[in-house]
Ligand binder design. Structure first.
Ligand code: FE2
Length: 487
């Protein structure tokens, strides 16, 4: 069964659904109210052409909870590329991780397609509320009840056409602002990056100047805001442009690791427009896409990251026919959660330690502690070696909670693959971890949601809700407290 499930994380789900969830075991908490959203690549095959997991067309799904009952709804993000490729039943544009099957059609093909698949978030108060499918290069706004596609989301002009947007903006607990970045491609010069903050009406209430990065394209992903800093990372990889243009490999395979290079922590002053501070991460960390959390401790910054000591062969995270075409034999390095104490004035890491021994990715913390001192981080993780590509988080088979102070780890494995996780605070939460942990289970009969008590993860779910619908592995998931999708 494991090999079937292993492959089915890449398998398309071309249908859209909307229904009440009736197959429930256990008791759904009555005060769990909101929607558990997920982004996954609903289409990884068009005609005879396959797409890499990260290049598939985004299928946004959500399980909405209210009064102890639940509904399910899923819709594709109708990007111009989705409309064109589904009409033609063919892959029209080359992607970062997927080449055209015909070798020479990749030559000079640098207008990469965007399937809007990476993350999904809900933002906005009152009439401004919308759900947004987030990917770099650009986001798409969706109706918060039906998931119908409204069009490109450009953060009220902060991200003009041709600029790239951080794929997974975060909410700053102190201000209640949405925090993200916008990148201006540099061409022959390094890219430039600015951080932006939006209020509940999508108004830009703070932004930094554009800061020069080290490369073009510079690979930046997640971010956080602390009281005085915006925090992000720039990966060590550099594009061999000639190889990408030549097209014999995917563009992603043309990203190389310069010998001895490490990833870089980016610290931009949140106020006052000061210069960007670049802090080299300790060797051998070359990749750190996701920020677990960051906060200020006196004159130093605590930055917790999921780190990798080697190149991640994303080109192999693909349906078998595509996976067999790439020549990569690299194993995926472990995803290592790491704590860094950083002196911003000196521009250096003064202390670092691993937060746990398990391979964990991607991270989650309570909304209430984003950018603040905190105690608990939650992750999907690896419980067994039953699945062959354990480095890919789509093949993790347990969820865990790590106490970042003591290192104590609690885990639960359902005996199947799990998705990323969301922490949901109880309405009357008495402590940081007083709430539920939600994850999608990847089961032979379809995808299900498990609701766990975040303080007693190891006890297993208090409720499991079966959709009976196959969904490919989720990329990122989010809890959206103010959202109820129509059944
Ligand atoms: Fe991500």
């Amino acid at each position: 069964m494991s090999s079937v499930l292993n492959e089915s994380v890449y398998e398309s789900q071309p249908e859209e659904h909307a229904f009440r969830v009736t197959n429930v075991s256990g008791t759904v908490p009555a005060d769990l109210s909101g929607a558990f959203l997920r982004s996954s690549p609903g289409l990884t095959k068009l005609g005879d052409h396959y797409l890499n997991y990260f290049d598939g067309h985004a299928l946004i799904s959500g399980m909405s909870f209210r009064d102890g009952a639940a509904t399910f709804r899923s819709r594709f993000v109708r990007t111009p590329l989705y409309e064109e490729e589904t009409a033609k039943k063919a892959v029209v544009k080359r992607r970062i991780f997927t080449n055209h099957p015909s070798r020479w059609s990749n030559l000079f093909a640098l207008d990469f397609g965007n399937g809007a698949m990476h993350d999904v978030y809900a933002w906005g108060e009152g009439d401004a509320l919308r759900i947004v499918a987030g990917n770099d290069p650009g986001h798409f706004a969706l109706d918060p009840r039906t998931l119908e596609t409204k069009g490109p989301e450009r953060w009220n002009g902060a991200a003009p056409k041709g600029h790239e947007m951080g794929p997974m903006p975060s909410r700053d607990a102190a201000t209640g602002h949405l925090v993200g970045w916008v990148k201006k491609p540099g061409g022959l010069k390094p890219d430039q990056l600015k951080f932006v903050e939006l209020d509940g009406q999508f108004r830009v209430v703070n932004e930094t100047p554009f800061h020069a990065l080290a490369a073009s394209p510079a690979v930046v992903h997640d971010q956080r805001a602390t009281t005085n800093w915006f925090v992000a990372t720039e990966q060590a990889v550099r594009l061999a442009a000639g190889q990408a243009i030549w097209g014999a490999t995917t563009a992603f395979e043309a990203f190389k690791l310069p010998p001895g290079a490490t990833a870089t922590l980016l610290l931009a002053p949140r106020h006052g427009g000061g210069p960007l501070i670049r802090v080299p991460l300790p060797a051998p960390v070359v990749i750190a896409f996701h920020v677990i959390n960051a906060y200020e401790d006196g004159d130093t910054l605590i930055v917790d990251l999921v780190t990798y000591d080697g190149r991640i062969p994303f080109e192999t995270f693909a349906p078998k026919p595509l996976r067999e075409r790439v020549s990569t034999k690299d194993a995926t390095p472990d995803a290592r959660p790491m704590r860094l104490r950083v002196d911003p004035k000196a521009g250096r890491v003064v202390e670092s330690r691993l937060l746990g021994e398990r391979s964990c990715e991607p991270p989650e913390v309570a909304d209430s502690v984003m950018g603040q001192r905190y105690r608990y981080a939650y992750f999907p993780t690896k419980a067994s070696d039953a699945f062959p590509e354990q480095g890919f988080f789509g093949h993790f088979d347990a969820v865990c909670r790590i106490d970042v102070e003591s290192g104590e780890t609690r885990a639960w494995s359902p005996g199947c693959l799990v998705s990323s996780v969301s922490f949901v605070a109880r309405p009357s939460a008495a402590s940081e971890d007083d709430g539920w942990l939600l994850t999608w289970l990847h089961r032979p009969g379809g995808s299900a949601v498990a609701v766990l008590d975040a303080q007693r993860i190891e006890a297993g779910p208090v409720a499991t809700l079966d959709t009976g619908v196959h969904l490919p592995a989720a990329s990122h998931v989010r809890w959206a407290a103010g959202v109820q999708l129509q059944p």
